[in-house]
Design a protein around this ligand. Structure first.
Ligand code: ATR
Length: 279
């Protein structure tokens, strides 16, 4: 099959998948660029992941995004895996080539960095960064910060051993501390990133005093439901630079869309408003 014979078809695999914002986001770009294509939600149970991925070429898909709980497991079922996906240990974007091979990459690190750089254009990357959490999102954020040349990453996680595993599997200037010390770690930091689920709807709040952060620091919460978390409200009260969690979701989607549909889409205010609007 040549590229031209491949239908303009992509989607997102997850379990559950009904809450994913990705179909709305890619649907917006398809309409904006008048592409006669589709981006569909694909509910795939964990035990069916390998079969579902292997079926993509035969179903005519150009690729998919992967979300919870498939990102880590999918590494095993790719024919090629990019270096960044190997470092993060997870695949979030899959490309199907004309021979039916699956190439997996991870665009979360790039999406995170683009979002913080564009939203907080005076972020001082020569200052230490503080990262809360040690799950999949934290791995992408830490890899991005190392690649951007941040001199020190102070990593905090409730389960300290997970932070230590992260630090030993991604080479870089990472220092692991106890979760209870998180508020003491903020002096001299240029950036604070929350990658935990704390502050999300139906989750406990993230408790941290931001008093010790320098006045020039940037605070980024990856939580986007709600968009305005208590962490961001506290940061605004202290006149700190604030970056919400939706931007990373939008920016990580750009390379997938560009690879599947041959158009470089843009992240705009209109897109944000559309994605956030009640369905
Ligand atoms: P993701 O892939 O989005 O990063 P994850 O892998 O489930 O999600 O990670 C969730 C993160 O939130 C973890 O760092 C988790 O800490 P543990 O490793 O100790 O589980 C953190 N987290 C979740 N609930 C928490 C809580 N009540 N207090 C502190 N951290 C919490």
């Amino acid at each position: 099959m040549t590229r031209l014979d491949q239908p303009k078809l992509a989607g997102v695999m997850g379990w559950p998948i009904s809450h994913s914002l990705s179909p709305r986001l890619h649907g917006y770009w398809l309409r904006e660029h008048r592409i006669a294509g589709s981006y569909v939600p694909l509910p795939v149970k964990p035990e069916n992941l390998e079969h579902a991925l292997r079926a993509l070429p035969r179903l005519g898909f150009r690729g998919v995004n992967l979300t919870v709980p498939h990102k880590e497991k999918a590494l095993l079922f790719m024919d090629n895996v990019s270096d960044i996906a190997k470092r993060i240990g997870a695949v979030n974007t899959v490309f199907v080539d004309e021979r039916g091979s699956l190439s997996g990459t991870n665009t979360d690190a790039e999406g995170f960095l683009k979002n913080v750089r564009l939203t907080a254009d005076h972020w001082d990357e020569s200052q230490p960064a503080v990262v809360l959490g040690a799950g999949g999102a934290a791995r992408a954020v830490v890899a991005a910060l190392i690649d951007s040349g941040v001199p020190e990453i102070r990593l905090f996680n409730r389960t300290r051993s997970k932070a230590e595993n992260l630090a030993s599997s991604i080479a870089g200037p990472i220092r692991v501390y106890d979760w209870s010390q998180r508020a003491d770690s903020l002096s001299g930091a240029g950036l604070l990133v929350n990658t935990t689920t704390l502050g999300m709807v139906n989750q406990p709040p993230l408790e941290i005093s931001l008093q010790a952060l320098p006045k020039t620091a940037v605070v980024n919460d990856l939580v986007y439901a709600p968009l305005e978390t208590a962490l961001l409200t506290d940061a605004r009260t202290l006149n700190l630079n604030v970056v919400d969690g939706l931007g990373m979701l939008l920016h990580q989607a750009v390379p997938g869309f560009a690879g599947w549909f041959d158009v470089q889409p843009k992240v705009t205010e209109e897109l944000r408003t559309f994605v956030l609007a009640p369905v």
